[in-house]
Structures are given as C-alpha cells and as structure tokens.
Design a protein. Structure first.
Length: 326
C-alpha cells in the first residue's frame, strides 16, 4: 500500500538514503530539512520524482501535514556540529520531538525516532544492551546531544503511555557510507579526506579507543524494518539498537583507510582525546535479530571501499564546513 511518509532531516546523510529507499518503493515522500549540516546535492536526483517533495523547514517550529508515517531524523549528529550551537541542538532534539509527536497524535501517524548510541555515554557495560541506562555527563560539552536524545526518548514513551501514539525508537550506532559530509568531523570522513589529500591521518588520543561501524545500506534496512514491524510484535516500540557489532580500534580504522585508498599518508597522534569521548562502543543487537530479523551484511573493508570510491568521485571544493568545529 502506498503511504504518505514524512522524513525530517531528509536531506542529510542517513535521511537522503532513507528517502531513496522509500521513493523507490513507490511511497509519497515529503523530505523536511533546514540545511544546517545537510546538502541539497544529497537529494538532487529525487527532485523530479512525482512522489517526492522537498520542504525547507526547521522542526523546532510546528508543521501541519497529513501523513501516515513519520521518520524523525532531524538533528546535527557530528560532535563538532552539535557542539557549535548546543542550545539549538537541545531544542532540535526536544522541540523537534514534541512537534513531530504532536503531528503524529493529530493525524494518527506511526512515528519512528532516530535516537543514538550516545544515550549510553561513556559506557561501563560492554557491549551495550538496550537495558543499560548509560553513563552520561549531563553538564559536559556533549550533553546537548546526549541528553537531548535521552529527553526525546522520554517524550516518545510518554506520548505512547498518555496519548497512545504509535512510536518506534531505534538507537543508531556509528554509521558511514556515501554522502557523508567530507567536513562533518567524524572519524571515517576525516580519515578518508586526509588520506586522499595526502595529509597526515590524525588520531585523537592513542587511537586505542574502539568503535563499531555500520554501513549505511544495512542501517537503512534496519530502520525500515523497525517502522514496518506489526503493532502486536513484542518490544515493538523499542528502543532497539541498530549497528554493526564488529569492533575496531581507531588506529585499525586508520590503517585500513590508508590501505584501501592507496595513500602514502602517515598515521600520527596529534590531538588529545576530547572531553567525555567514549573509550569503547559496540552494540548488542540481540533484540534487533529477534524482533526485526536484522543484522548487518556488509563488513568494514567492503563498506570502506565503497565509501572511499564515493569520496573520490566528488569535488570536495564544492563542500563547505557547516561550522568551524570539524
């Protein structure tokens, strides 16, 4: 059945891939974005599609539409970007959730909220299951994002309990792939850009901190599976971790990027580890496997090769850093 679907943050890295998948499936898709960190080039190829519509709008303000489903992805997600205007970041998470939940309540839409592994903070439980309540500094430089996303989850479940809004919550772990902003300040895009430009590949700290990296196609498949799960399924509202459980040190990532890009760059330690930066992060995806029959299929080497090829295909001079912090 053709659905009317709203995607907030739809011109961003994840949002644009989600719009692709939904448009290809024949749904009527409304992409909403304020273009703070996203790029119109991400959705240029969709603008002439009869079932795609672009609306420039900031989700901190109410939006009045008639839709069947809402994917709430709007929020700066890279540390340099969300720390640039931390008050705006918190408002986007909290006011954005309130406005999208209000819309879902009015029109009876199902709403999926893109939460984050950052709700776990710097974890002292590893890997992180959904039952873990986290270790977050509520007054640190990352709190605008971490606590904003935690508050948004609170709102989702309060609207479920009080107003019977049909919610879905996924917690997204590190994701990478084509259409990452070259200047988003994240480790994958930083390393690839440095390698291709022949600059030193710079590690924060000693490079022994670990992350799990999920390729974007796998992640989008999981998000849609969560939205489409029948209402009577157990744990259908979530939260559900979505990420690749393969764990790598940042130094291992740098070495792999250097190898796959054919770069002669040196790998150096040049910066201190940022405040409150997690030492390790890896999802427990047991629930995603049982509820969604989902697990990642693309390994890091394969996904990085695809991402590097995309970086080689673009003109990086056409991209500007969205903030000074990257």
């Amino acid at each position: 059945m053709i659905k009317r679907i709203l995607v907030t943050g739809g011109a961003g890295f994840l949002g644009s891939h989600l719009c692709d998948r939904l448009v290809d499936a024949g749904h009527d898709v409304i992409c909403v974005d304020n273009f703070f960190t996203s790029q119109k080039s991400n959705i240029d190829h969709l603008l002439d599609k009869h079932n795609f519509e672009l609306v420039r709008h900031d989700v901190t303000h109410p939006l009045f539409l008639e839709v069947d489903q809402i994917y709430n992805l709007a929020c700066p997600a890279a540390p340099g970007h969300y720390q640039f205007n931390p008050i705006k970041t918190t408002k986007t998470s909290v006011m954005g959730a309130i406005n999208m939940l209000g819309l879902a309540k009015r029109v009876g839409a199902r709403i999926l909220h893109a939460s984050t592994s950052e709700v776990y903070g710097d974890p002292d439980v590893h890997p992180q299951p959904e039952s873990y309540r986290g270790n977050v500094n509520p007054i640190g430089p990352r709190a605008c994002y971490d606590e904003g996303k935690r508050a948004a989850e609170t709102l989702m479940f309060d609207y479920l309990r009080q107003n019977k809004v049909n919610i879905r919550v996924v917690r997204i772990f590190n994701t990478y792939g084509p259409r990452m902003h070259p200047y988003d300040g994240r480790v994958v895009s930083n390393f690839i850009r440095q390698a291709l430009e022949g600059n030193d590949i710079t590690l924060y700290g000693d490079g022994e901190q670990s992350r799990a990296f999920c390729y974007v196609d796998d992640l989008i498949r999981g998000i849609i599976a969560m939205m489409e799960t029948p209402d009577d399924a157990p744990n259908v509202h979530g939260p559900v971790n979505l990420g690749n459980p393969g764990e790598f040190t940042i130094r291992e990532l740098a070495q792999l990027v250097k190898e796959l890009s054919g770069s002669s760059s040196n790998i150096i330690q040049s910066r201190e580890l940022p405040e409150d930066d997690p030492i390790q992060r890896r999802p427990d995806i047991t629930l995603a496997k049982s509820l969604l029959n989902w697990q990642p299929q693309i390994d890091l080497r394969t996904g990085l090769a695809k991402t590097i090829e995309w970086f080689k295909s673009i003109d990086m001079s056409r991209y500007r850093p969205p903030t000074p912090n990257y």
